[in-house]
Design a protein around this ligand. Sequence first.
Ligand code: FES
Length: 105
Amino acid sequence: MSNYIRIAHVNDVPENGRFFFDLPEETVILFNIGGQYYCIADLCTHDEGPLEDGALYDYEVECPRHGARFDVRTGKATCFPATEPVPAYPVKVKDDYIYIQLPQR
Ligand code: FES
């Protein structure tokens, strides 16, 4: 698992729950949606507000500040005022632990 780091145990993220993890340069949100895990940066690209506990609509999280939405599967901005994607991290589960892949730097 190249460049993956362990961020949580599956018990940390119940179904339809979310879990926050601090990387050196940003905080990420791990979502459990229907038993599948998705991870994006906790940082809205509109005005750098945290996405935190923004409402979730299917696979889209809504920024609590001005209502931009992002697809948690890809990080793509799906609703104004955001137009730029948030970083999305590939997720793997192994032996009940959840790993995300960090970008190569
Ligand atoms: S900071 Fe997220 S929509 Fe403005």
